[in-house]
Write a protein that binds this ligand. Structure first.
Ligand code: OAD
Length: 256
């Protein structure tokens, strides 16, 4: 987004005014928000899944066929996270949460970067790379050991396999009802860095819109959700979000 583009600047001002006037804000993020941290998106040219057939590494069938292969994939992703830091977009969202009393963040990302940046009210819809859970008993825990000493790791309670605590394709999304409650209670929905192709996650936007929310999309590209957006700020979230925050601060400084 070019700073000198008058149309875009006007849109930025409209967006800031919306944020300043909102009472309840829900931000819904996807892989794009982490792109500037060096985490590949799923469906871009460099999409992560291209080298890893989706059905093999992110489905229960793939897990049953070859849990070791699945774990090797997630161990690779866990290893990447050791080197990856939040970017300016993650930090700006954490700061927005501090400024807006009823602000919640629903993320499809499993990289934990929102938390690392300081966001507190985070609903990790698709799970968390640093968590494991048992396939047999109720054991579930955070485990930041990397590399894990054995693959697949064994449950400390019942010795069955532990799996990544990630929602795979075809599985229920346990936090969906909570996320839907947040989205439909919001008067402003920020939809950031998601292609909107994956359901039920993308259905949250519909839930928010049906309840009357204003939708602001931040994405360098058109997406499956763009046609529902009331306003679209086109550009990388690591640039746009800090600019929004800066302008919000100056608006507040003017006592508005
Ligand atoms: P996608 O890879 O489908 O979409 C990434 C979006 O980010 C695209 O719309 C890009 O245009 C946008 N984007 C790229 N760079 C950006 C930047 N710097 N700033 C802002 N946006 C940028 O990723 P998701 O929509 O998150 O599910 O995919 C949803 C789910 O599909 C993932 O959670 C994952 C995957 O299968 C599971 O792991 C269960």
């Amino acid at each position: 987004m070019a700073a000198s583009d008058p149309r875009q600047n006007l849109d930025l001002v409209r967006a800031v005014e919306r944020i300043a006037a909102a009472r309840r804000v829900a931000a819904f993020t996807g892989a794009g928000v982490s792109a500037e941290s060096g985490v590949p998106t799923f469906r871009g040219g460099e999409g992560l899944w291209e080298n890893h057939p989706l059905e093999e590494v992110a489905s229960i069938q793939g897990w049953r066929r070859d849990p070791l292969r699945v774990w090797r994939f997630y161990e690779g992703r866990r290893g990447d996270l050791r080197r990856i830091r939040p970017n300016a977009g993650h930090y700006a969202l954490a700061e927005l949460e501090r400024r807006i009393p009823e602000f919640s963040l629903i993320t499809q990302n499993v990289d934990g970067l929102h938390i690392l940046a300081g966001s507190q009210r985070v609903t990790p819809l698709h799970g968390d790379l640093w968590r494991v859970r048992c396939v047999r008993c109720n054991y579930a825990a955070e485990d930041r050991t990397h590399p894990l000493p054995e693959l697949p790791p064994a449950c400390p309670v019942c010795a069955a396999h532990l799996r990544p605590d990630i929602v795979w394709f075809g599985e229920a999304v346990p936090l969906y009802a909570e996320a839907e409650r947040l989205a439909s209670g919001a008067d402003l929905l920020l939809v950031i860095g998601t292609s909107g192709h994956v359901y039920p996650a993308a259905g949250l936007v519909q839930a928010g819109l049906e309840a009357g929310a204003f939708m602001l999309e931040i994405n360098p590209e058109q997406t499956a959700l763009s046609r529902y957006a009331h306003l679209h700020l086109r550009g990388p979230s690591g640039e746009i979000l800090p600019r929004l925050l800066e302008q919000l601060e100056s608006l507040e400084g003017q006592g508005r």
